[in-house]
Design a protein around this ligand. Structure first.
Ligand SMILES: *Cc1c(COP(=O)(O)O)cnc(C)c1O
Length: 310
């Protein structure tokens, strides 16, 4: 454990020259009954192992990952915001190649670290629907690294997001790079659509980052709400036929999409005027209810940080 947030590295470090780095994101928060918990951290551990394998980094063991997260939260328990505030303690586990490498090859030494920082509520009063545009840039190549949480996926999306913001959009919708006909995801969240007859549809692709929030929402839709769910390829052409659209990720859980702009064509969704559409609202309320301890969680989803044995 260290209180020093600075990392000193050789300038030839693998992370600085060849971007050999991956990360995770999760939050610690206070439930209704006053416990400090994290949500499905085992899934973050497993995903980081997948990211590491693809980047020729050692797979940090799941048990050690969970232990590190637990210890960081315990040490920062005073900074975990209270129940009802909507604020959380954001946790960022990450790993990078740290020794000097000059030929193009994987590093031999790595650092695994976790930092924590309190973050405010994602939604201030109510969920304001976001406006997104179909990007002319690609996020992930077929057979590339779109399915892992690598910093390099973000480095190349920065230009696209700055451009989108300049045009007044909140986010980019990326299409599949090979045919540019299928929906992938935004820079940092997965799509979830609702059909007019209340079916959930979520895009399936090897170059989408498998969002833990999206997978949890799919489970909630099936097992708690009795909704039908289709995980399949979603064509851009059919997006106009969906009733509701949301973006899934740890930060917001699910944020409603008001409009998608596809090269001059405007595609509106039910959420536009009244915040979240009804089905996305139900999904949001149920999953946040599970997270906050108001609704019984599936086994293993809530990881309690025991504060007695500090
Ligand atoms: C982290 C991330 C998500 C969201 O994943 P969660 O596990 O739900 O936080 C979605 N897309 C990309 C590209 C990501 O990096």
């Amino acid at each position: 454990m260290t209180t020093d947030a600075n990392v000193v590295l050789n300038e030839c470090a693998g992370v600085l020259q060849y971007c050999q780095a991956c990360f995770e994101g999760l939050k610690a928060y206070t439930t209704e009954d006053g416990r400090i918990v994290t949500f499905r951290p085992d899934q973050n551990a497993l995903r980081m192992m997948d990211s590491a394998a693809r980047l020729e980094m050692p797979q940090f063991p799941k048990e050690r990952f969970l232990d590190a997260v637990t210890r960081v939260v315990k040490a920062n328990a005073a900074y975990v915001p209270p129940y009802g505030s909507g604020a959380t303690l954001y946790l960022r586990p990450y790993m990078f190649g740290s020794n000097a490498v000059i030929g193009v090859k994987p590093a031999e030494e790595f650092q695994f670290r976790v930092f924590a920082t309190p973050v405010g509520p994602y939604f201030n009063s109510d969920a304001k629907p976001v406006t997104i545009c179909v990007s002319d840039f690609d996020r992930a190549a077929p057979h590339g690294t779109g399915h892992i949480k690598a910093g390099l996926n973000y480095a190349m999306s920065l230009h696209a997001i700055v451009e989108a913001h300049k045009q007044g959009f909140d986010e980019n919708m990326y299409l599949d790079a090979a045919t540019r006909t299928k929906v992938e995801e935004t820079g940092g969240s997965n799509f979830l659509f609702v059909t007019k007859d209340n079916k959930i549809v979520t895009p399936k692709s090897d170059s989408i980052l498998p969002s833990i929030t999206r997978r949890s929402l799919v489970y909630v839709a099936k097992e708690y709400l009795g909704l039908e769910v289709e995980e399949r390829e979603v064509y851009m052409e059919e997006v106009k036929d969906f009733a509701e659209c949301g973006l899934c990720g740890t930060a917001a859980v699910i944020s409603p999409v008001g409009k998608i702009y596809d090269h001059g064509k405007e595609i509106p969704f039910l959420s536009a005027a009244e915040g979240m559409g009804p089905v996305i609202r139900q999904l949001y309320d149920t999953l946040t209810g599970i997270q906050m301890g108001r609704i019984e969680a599936p086994k293993g989803w809530i990881h309690v940080i025991d504060q007695e044995d500090k």
